[in-house]
Design a protein around this ligand. Sequence first.
Ligand code: GTP
Ligand code: MG
Length: 184
Amino acid sequence: FSTMESLKNRTLLKVIFLGDSGVGKTSLMNQYVYKKFNRQYKATIGADFVTKELHIEDKSVTLQIWDTAGQERFHSLGAAFYRGADCCVLVYDVNDLKSFETLNTWHSEFLKQANPMEPETFPFVLIGNKTDVDGGNNRVVADKRAIEWCGAKGNIPYYETSAKEDVNVDEAFWGVAQKTLSSE
Ligand code: GTP
Ligand code: MG
């Protein structure tokens, strides 16, 4: 795994999605890349990637988006997998407090495994997903609280999405690309 591959104006960015099982990591990717949503839950096993081409200014950027398993028993990734990452996207479910509280663990576990040169400035992005559930009446994590957490971790950009209703999904991925590029 190389960190960033830059050939003239072509750039490959390796982005790793982490977060508890069921928060919607796979759904976000499927909505973004294939414009599809599946109500049925199918656990991700191990890790797999999809790619998406973006054009930012005069640059052709390929996002290599790695979807990982939230379920502990399906974790099978070694440090070598994390070490090539250019960005880490943490996902939680705004209706599930535990998935928010576990963010600290995902964040520190990523840094431990990836072991980047400058952990303080390594690009992370936070996504709070499932804003559609019960019209938002079911949510237990206020956006203010999430924004505070992002501030404490060194101003991590924050997006709220609904993978189901395709709300803010493009914007979140666009933000991921911008954040990653600006950190290279
Ligand atoms: P693991 O692969 O186990 O880590 O889970 P995951 O994070 O990939 O979650 P997944 O995308 O499989 O979604 C889990 C369940 O939540 C599925 O039944 C999805 O249909 C549902 N889901 C995902 N995103 C949304 C959303 O934005 N709104 C609603 N209402 N349901 C969602
Ligand atoms: Mg999954």
